[in-house]
Design a protein around this ligand. Structure first.
Ligand code: PLP
Length: 428
């Protein structure tokens, strides 16, 4: 029994399912990570892995990026979380607002909080009840997100969670991503009751799915013509493809936008941004309540500021090209080994779908074979590569990954698929 296995026996007794967030679990037991630097994470047994999960997205600069470590250490010596207004929150707030061209921002401590409060704000402002979301879209683990949700909700085969009363779930209408007709049908019948549409502009919790040309524009038009608000959940996509939001690239502006992950430099964070006429409805300026003990804490704010300062100087083309090279090589290796696979990529986000067809929405993604993905995931662990631990998660390339890391990953994949092929041969 190795150290991870031994530790997981202990975790099983302490935590439900042995984990503190479901997607961290995989069979037979998850490896315990002890340290990391740049693209590398190290486990409790001395194993090293090139990491493409990157903490599910925040570490776009790599693990324990030195300027962030320094900023956290020096801020911790000053104060950690006074629960008061502070300069550090102003600094990060202004940086984000300038970059994404918004008027106001409210910080929270997770993406879940940000989207939950954005939904409340949309309802409060419009005085309407219904929220439209995408099938397979994930906006955190609150009641209004867990309706036909993505991420662990798909991996663990729970279409939506128990414990959500029908009075709540009946206020959320799922539609198909990249399917304007399904959205138009909902607006035709319920248009004047819809408070808002919430969507990830690039789906990142059903694997990676790019928006088709015209789809985001169509959501915008339908919201405009029915007085509904458009909420883009940019918790994954914010500062991922350039120094700003995805909507700036797409040319479609949301009314409210949620952020998280990257903007906290690796510490817990969330945020809602938008124009003053909407944002001023948040308490204490307005009558929509939103709060958090740790919101805007200087530790996170400093980490986020330093991360954004570094990102402002980076050329994102570098990670896009590396992800392109990596994914196309991985797809070639897997196909040559006789598997059917489709690769989806947007910038530095990518995923492999064990699926014959093009994946443009949840229905297509569900045709994939998560079993084969997990076989590859586990074999890659033995090769020293940590992929996202689920077919419906996203792999990320960070600025710390090099061409050499990509080449080692591809070499590892050749061995991994070879071994899976041998096993298949033996079983026949
Ligand atoms: C698009 C999106 N929104 C919201 C969330 C929730 O963020 P958090 O896990 O910080 O609560 C996630 C988490 O993965 C996400 O991917």
């Amino acid at each position: 029994m190795n150290e991870s296995e031994r530790l997981f026996e202990i975790s099983r007794r302490i935590f439900p399912g042995g984990v503190n967030s479901p997607v961290r679990y995989y069979q037979p037991f998850p490896i315990f990570i002890r340290s990391g630097s740049g693209p590398i994470i190290r486990d409790e047994d001395g194993g090293e892995y090139i990491d493409y999960c990157l903490g599910f997205g925040p570490h776009i600069l790599g693990h324990s990026f030195q300027p962030i470590v320094d900023a956290i250490s020096s801020q911790a010596r000053e104060i950690i979380s006074p629960g008061t207004v502070n300069r550090a929150e102003q600094e990060l707030g202004v940086m984000i607002l300038d970059a994404v061209n918004e008027e106001q921002i409210r910080f929270a401590s997770s993406g879940t909080e940000a989207t939950m409060h954005a939904v409340r704000l949309a309802r409060g402002v419009t005085g309407r009840k219904l929220i439209v979301k995408m099938e397979g879209g994930y906006h955190g683990a609150h009641d209004y997100s867990l309706i036909k949700s993505g991420s662990g909700n798909l991996t663990f085969g729970v279409p939506s969670s128990e414990g959500i009363p029908p009075e709540v779930s009946s206020t959320v209408i799922p539609v198909n991503f990249n399917d304007a007709a399904s959205l138009e049908a909902v607006f035709r019948t319920k248009g004047n009751e819809i408070a808002g549409v919430i969507t990830e502009p690039v789906m990142g919790n059903t694997g990676v799915i790019p928006p088709e040309s015209g789809f985001l524009e169509r959501i915008r038009e339908l919201c405009d013509s029915h007085g509904s608000l458009l909420i883009f959940d940019e918790v994954i996509t914010g500062f991922r493809f350039h120094y700003g939001s995805f909507q700036q690239i797409a040319g479609v502006r949301a009314d409210l936008t949620t952020y998280g992950k990257i903007i906290g430099g690796g510490l817990p964070v969330g945020a809602i941004a938008g124009p003053q006429n909407l944002m001023r409805n948040l308490s204490p300026a307005g009558r929509v309540y939103q709060a958090g003990t740790f919101s805007g804490n200087p530790l996170t704010m400093r980490a986020g500021t330093v991360a954004l300062e570094a990102l402002r100087k980076e050329s994102y083309e570098k990670i896009d090209l590396l992800a392109d090279y990596l994914l196309s090589s991985m797809v070639d290796v897997i196909r040559q080994a006789g598997f059917t696979v489709t690769g989806n990529r947007v910038g530095s986000m990518f995923q492999l779908f064990f699926n014959a067809s093009i994946v443009k929405n949840y229905t297509d993604a569900m045709k994939s074979d998560p079993g084969t993905y997990m076989k590859i995931f586990r074999s890659m662990l033995k090769e020293g590569v940590y992929l996202a631990p689920g077919q419906f998660e996203t792999n990320f390339v960070s600025f710390s990954h090099s061409r050499n890391d990509a080449d080692k990953t591809i070499e590892g994949l050749v061995n991994a698929v070879g071994k899976i092929g041998e096993d298949r041969g033996k079983r026949k």
